[in-house]
Design a binder for this molecule. Structure first.
Ligand SMILES: [Zn+2]
Length: 478
């Protein structure tokens, strides 16, 4: 028993002191990039060489070393304190590209035929261009009726009745509904209701079939278009309660029904959905202002990125991003509460949560603002010594101002490098309600920032900067 214990202790001791390579996580792997990096830690005070070249060891005994990759096999021998590890990284040879550009040309259906189809996914993206990387205009629910006038690169060009180009991937359409028609069938309005509750103003239209819609924001105003819908004049206009949308006008523009939802107050987000054939548009009401406490009545949802089995980025000493995110989220929550805000966190412990689940939780809690907290990593081909710092992401124009205020303040308050305020295609910021931003506080794989991210007072500095940015933003809004 005792011998077993001693062997076990020696085993533990060796494990704890060994050269620890966190990334790449396998010593035989394929990486399709011009470069990658070795991330990990060494024994206290020990050196490290990669292919006999000394590597910089940072405070905390950590290393992050970029290495170039050539096509084929690349061998790296890491040596520290007499311990040797060999990594074989294969960079695949790119396949010869054939000139298959013909398939990517736009083709209309013959004889001006229109293809009737329905969406088959619960969240079908409609995009500005025929590409899976193009900006999403809206996400349509399953069984929305769409009309296509032609195809390009696996995408259908949707009938809009005007010059607008909207595209949906063929893979998201239900082929069993495909049928060619000579013209579209207009959706009829059976009933309409315009009303408010404490949180939202609503437009509800009971349609004969669910159709394509878009909502475009410009400043405070929203232009809501339903494609292929006929305005029912027979419906009693008096059901329109003008205090819900006092500056709204509704116009039939060709085959489209357009709601011009203009407002003197700031836009705090909207959501458009279908419940069966019922189209529901709800617009968030602005928070009631309180002169003494700027964030009173403001509902803020703080999302600590990742959690549970989703570790996020893993740092050189195996600290997980999910834990750092949660520590910062707690500090931010406390500061916002002091300023009078109603704060809800997506998670208060180490729990697994889906991305859409986080957005749904925010809306169930009637949030005005959604802030997702993360710490950044890099894809293989980038160099952490060249790219690091703090960055903020948003998707919709309505969140751009908040993202810019946070980005600007974080740089000046923390001294971190400005890594930009950008449009980011992340599910949590793609929502049109609440006003949503994602903060990449700093980098997990840039050693000086990794050390800072674990420091309590630096976390507090980040939280203070984000909290005062939110306050500035709310004060600037009507
Ligand atoms: Zn993250």
């Amino acid at each position: 028993m005792r011998r077993f214990l001693i062997i076990f202790l020696i085993f533990l001791f060796n494990q704890a002191l060994a050269l620890d390579i966190v990334y790449p996580n396998k010593n035989r792997c394929q990486i399709n990039a011009k470069s990658t990096f070795f991330v990990g830690n060494v024994n206290v005070g020990k050196q490290l060489t990669i292919n006999s070249k000394p590597v910089k060891i940072w405070y905390g005994n950590i290393f992050v070393e970029p290495v170039n990759l050539k096509e084929g096999e690349n061998t790296f021998v890491l040596e520290s304190n007499g311990e040797t590890r060999t990594y074989t990284i294969t960079k695949p040879t790119p396949p010869k590209t054939s000139s298959g550009h013909k398939a990517n040309e736009y083709r209309e259906f013959p004889d001006n035929a229109i293809l009737y189809t329905k969406t088959k996914d619960i969240r079908t993206p409609v995009r500005e261009k025929a590409s899976s990387g193009a900006k999403r205009v809206c996400d349509l629910p399953k069984d929305t009726v769409l009309y296509s006038v032609g195809k390009k690169a696996g995408f259908h060009k949707l009938y809009t009745g005007d010059k607008r180009e909207l595209w949906a991937a063929e893979t998201s359409l239900d082929k069993k509904h495909f049928s060619f028609l000579s013209k579209i069938t207009m959706s009829e309005i059976f009933a309409q209701r315009i009303y408010s509750d404490d949180y939202y103003d609503y437009i509800e239209l009971h349609l004969s079939m669910p159709v394509l819609y878009t909502a475009e924001t410009e400043g405070n105003n929203i232009k809501l278009t339903l494609f292929g819908v006929k305005w029912n004049k027979a419906l009693d206009q008096s059901v329109v309660k003008q205090d819900s949308f006092p500056n709204m006008t509704v116009r039939q523009e060709g085959s489209n029904l357009v709601f011009y939802i203009n407002s003197d107050r700031s836009n705090w987000g909207y959501l458009a959905t279908y419940k069966g054939d019922k189209f529901i548009f709800k617009k968030r009401k602005p928070p009631e202002k309180d002169k003494n406490l700027p964030l009173a009545n403001v509902n803020i949802f703080i999302d600590a990125g990742h959690g549970g089995s989703q570790l996020g980025a893993v740092g050189p000493t195996r600290v997980n991003e999910k834990d750092i995110n949660l520590q910062i989220a707690y500090k931010l929550s406390a500061l916002l509460k002091q300023k009078g805000a109603n704060v809800v966190m997506s998670r208060t412990g180490d729990t697994d949560l889906g991305l859409y689940e986080r957005v749904d939780m925010a809306n169930e809690n009637k949030a005005h603002i959604f802030v997702s907290i993360h710490a950044n990593s890099l894809p293989d081909h980038q160099n952490p010594y060249e790219k690091h710092g703090t960055s903020v992401y948003y998707y919709h124009d309505s969140a751009k101002e908040l993202a810019e205020i946070i980005g600007k303040n974080l740089v000046s308050d923390t001294g971190l490098r400005n890594d930009g305020v950008n449009i980011g295609n992340f599910a949590v910021v793609r929502t049109t309600m609440p006003i949503a931003v994602l903060v990449e506080t700093a980098y997990m794989i840039y050693p000086p920032e990794y050390i800072q991210l674990q420091n309590n007072s630096f976390q507090r500095l980040l939280a203070r900067s984000i909290a005062s940015s939110i306050e500035m933003y709310v004060l600037s809004r009507e």
